[in-house]
Design a protein around this ligand. Structure first.
Ligand code: HPA
Length: 265
């Protein structure tokens, strides 16, 4: 699937509150078969080059259900990216989770409804393994670094809703019965698209609010206020995780597409 145009092996996808991350040397929009990606900055953390992509655009003007997830992930793939660290604001469904807590989910449930959800729309028919949706190697390092800055939940099920509205209390009760711990609007299809291209992907979430029915009315202002307060921690966790990642991947994420079809074309 296409060739790399530049050698940047690590990317950060910034969610709400993380529209800028590090000092930027270069900004680029990349053309893909799925449209043009949002502006991707190439930054440096010590001597490591990192691609930074604000998921909603630099001015945060794309709502979760309108983000062009395929263009974004494909653009990172074209840059040569092998690992993605994402951030997501989430509402807490698990009552033990509190605003400001960090969460590194280990599993997910997809309740989105109308987003293009795969790169494999045509032959060869490909069913990728998603038993472990988040890269175990990146998760382990994110957890280690997050422990150093505050409360982190190391096991959590993330449910992705379509949005852009927040959920109803009945929906949240249902998600709780299904075993979900946190809810957000942007974790899918991003995670699966990365896996389809063999890119490792994990996310560090922060709880911005208790989910609907677990507190008073939900406001976007509340989400933004918590994100502002937590962002220095998220930045620290991400930068330190990037510096601690081993040069060569020790996980199986890159094999999934190959194993997901019957024959190599
Ligand atoms: N629901 C969905 N997405 C969210 C929430 C929420 O409560 N908080 C932050 N993103």
């Amino acid at each position: 699937m296409g060739a790399a145009v530049k050698g940047v092996s690590i990317a950060v996808i910034g969610g709400t509150g993380l529209e800028e991350i590090f000092n930027t040397s270069e900004i680029t929009n990349i053309g893909t078969p799925y449209g043009i990606s949002y502006a991707i900055s190439i930054c440096k953390i010590q001597n490591k080059e990192v691609a930074f992509l604000p998921r909603h655009g630099r001015r945060h003007d794309n709502p979760p259900h309108r983000v062009n997830y395929r263009a974004n992930i494909y653009a990172l793939y074209k840059l040569g990216v092998e690992r993605i660290i994402a951030t997501n604001a989430v509402g807490a469904i698990n009552p033990k989770f509190k605003p400001g807590d960090l969460v590194v989910p280990h599993d997910l449930i997809d309740f989105t409804r109308q987003r293009p959800l795969t790169f494999y729309d045509q032959a060869p028919v490909t069913h990728i393994d998603f038993t472990e949706p988040y890269c175990p190697e990146i998760r382990k390092i994110l957890i280690e670094k997050a422990r150093e800055v505050g409360t982190v939940h190391e096991q959590a099920v993330y449910v992705c809703t379509e949005g852009p509205r927040f959920e109803t209390p009945a929906e949240i009760r249902m998600f709780r019965l299904l075993g979900c711990d946190v809810v957000g609007m942007t974790g899918m299809p991003e995670a699966v698209l990365a896996r389809e291209l063999g890119i490792c992907y994990a996310t560090i979430c922060f709880v911005s609010n208790m989910a609907a029915g677990l507190s008073d009315r939900l406001t976007y202002k509340e989400v933004l206020e918590v994100s502002k307060a937590v962002m220095p921690k998220i930045r620290k966790v991400i930068s330190e995780a990037i510096l601690s990642l081993p040069e060569v991947r020790g996980c199986q994420c890159h094999l999934s597409a190959k194993l997901g079809r019957l024959e190599e074309k």
